[in-house]
Design a protein around this ligand. Structure first.
Ligand code: FES
Length: 135
């Protein structure tokens, strides 16, 4: 289900924003105009992962050799330093098994599709005139 969580004006390049959708805290990152969204919950011990540092890793084939990787964007958990690829959600140390949930995020064209329908609940008036709602 799609949710509108704000406007792009609220998330300029280089910033991040936390939103809550369906009871889940999700971090949305704008990296040079590209948007990424991941769950704000570290799979290790539950830290707020999206408060962590965002960086590009260094690669090395041996002593004295190091290359900065701009293709990967890593998010480091602020508690114990587990690192996750922001684009895929995969962890650095065990990419097949340890991941953080990622979400598709897009910018709409400003036109909302409708009609929108609000969720409703049956309401009854009891004998003491109390109002009862079933959720
Ligand atoms: S809670 Fe994130 S690395 Fe431990």
């Amino acid at each position: 289900m799609r949710h509108v969580v704000g406007t792009i004006d609220e998330l300029p390049p280089g910033t991040r924003k936390l939103v809550t959708v369906g009871g889940r805290s999700i971090g949305i990152f704008n990296v040079d105009g590209e948007l990424y969204a991941v769950r704000n919950l570290c799979p290790h011990q539950g830290a707020q992962l999206c408060a962590g540092e965002l960086f590009g890793p260094l690669h090395s084939d041996g002593p004295g050799d190091y290359r900065y990787s701009a293709e990967q964007l890593m998010l480091r958990c602020p508690w114990h330093g587990w690192e996750f690829d922001l684009r895929t959600g995969r962890s650095w140390f065990d990419p097949e098994k340890t991941r953080v949930k990622r979400y598709e995020v897009t910018v709409g064209d400003g036109r909302r599709e409708g009609p929108y329908v609000v969720e409703t609940y049956p309401v009854e008036s009891g004998p003491g005139r109390e109002i009862v709602i079933d959720v």
